[in-house]
Design a protein around this ligand. Structure first.
Ligand code: IPD
Length: 299
């Protein structure tokens, strides 16, 4: 029920805000502590002790309130049995059995490592494999985005959020993240796609392009109508998209896969396009056009 979702949302907000305080404390301490322990999960994909600490705190707080629920985090998977395992362990799909909290303790870890302010804590809840609630907290900006199915999306105590009405790329501020893949073919294709958008004859070139370094920041800003659309090939995992998907949907937008199909919860890297329906379908067609001529990312 709406009341139940509101209570879950309050729990998620509290957990996200506490994680945000840990992040801010770490950013403040950075001046007196020159080096943060940074590990690589492979190549330029980073994780820090603060990611792990935030995930542990969020998971423990929600587990204490909802002991029968399951948890999927970017850095670990915590099952409702109380067992902690690595994300790569076989888990099945989120929300298959118990309601499942999907947690990204720090989205934008590379930004965090550099002290760049585009950092988010994201918590989603999926029931029967459908994301019904999402909270994205931007600690540096102190913006708490929240939405649950049927309840609309809001930022802090502001009015209901609404995605932008931009109908074409020529009116659009688009965000695209390249992520951590450094394969030459992938990079060629990615930059070729952007080149095609920046030089489009019809209806005219893209108005503006950004790379933020955080999928969750992108989705929150799309929900708030402050970015018109977001496109990423190879977005990290369910935790990067789950919370933002419901935010964008409740703000009147859509979040789809590369072919325009509904975005579904699944483990592993994915491809995402988000924004208002008209702009998203235009972007789906443009991505397909370039993909067809060049190279299709293998997955
Ligand atoms: C990454 C960020 C990045 C996106 C990657 C994600 P992380 O998540 O959201 O912007 O391009 O696809 O993996 O590692 O910072 O939590």
């Amino acid at each position: 029920s709406q009341k139940e979702l509101e209570i879950y949302c309050q729990s998620a907000e509290n957990a996200a805000r506490n994680a945000g305080e840990l992040i801010m404390a770490s950013l403040r301490a950075r001046q007196s502590r020159p080096c943060l322990a940074v590990e690589s999960k492979g190549g330029v994909d980073l994780v820090t002790e603060v990611d792990r600490l935030c995930e542990k705190e969020i998971t423990q707080a929600l587990h204490a309130e909802y002991p029968t629920h399951a948890f999927i985090g970017e850095e670990s998977t915590f099952l409702s049995t109380g067992e902690l395992s690595s994300s790569s362990a076989p888990f099945g799909l989120p929300g298959e059995s118990a309601p499942t909290w999907i947690i990204d303790p720090i989205d934008g870890t590379t930004n965090f490592v550099h002290g760049h302010p585009f950092i988010a804590v994201a918590i989603g809840l999926s029931i029967h494999q459908d994301v019904v609630l999402g909270v994205i907290y931007l600690p540096v900006l102190n913006e708490m985005y929240r939405a649950w199915r049927g309840g609309g999306a809001r930022c802090n105590d502001g009015p209901l959020l609404k995605v932008s009405g931009a109908q074409s790329i020529h009116d659009a501020l688009l965000v695209n993240n390249i992520g951590s893949c450094r394969e030459e073919e992938f990079l060629q294709l990615s930059f070729h796609r952007l080149y095609a958008l920046m030089t489009a004859k019809l209806p005219g070139p893209l108005q503006g392009l950004r790379m933020s370094g955080s999928a969750c920041v992108n989705l929150a800003l799309v929900a708030g109508g402050r970015l018109d659309a977001y496109v990423e090939d190879g977005v990290g995992g369910v935790w990067d998209v789950a919370a933002g998907k419901i935010l964008v949907e409740e703000a009147g937008g859509v979040v789809v896969g590369w072919e325009g199909e509904p975005w579904v919860l699944r483990m592993g890297r994915g491809r995402v396009i988000a924004g208002n329906a008209a702009l998203v379908s235009d972007l789906v067609a443009r991505m397909r056009d370039v993909d067809g001529r060049v190279w299709r990312r293998k997955r």
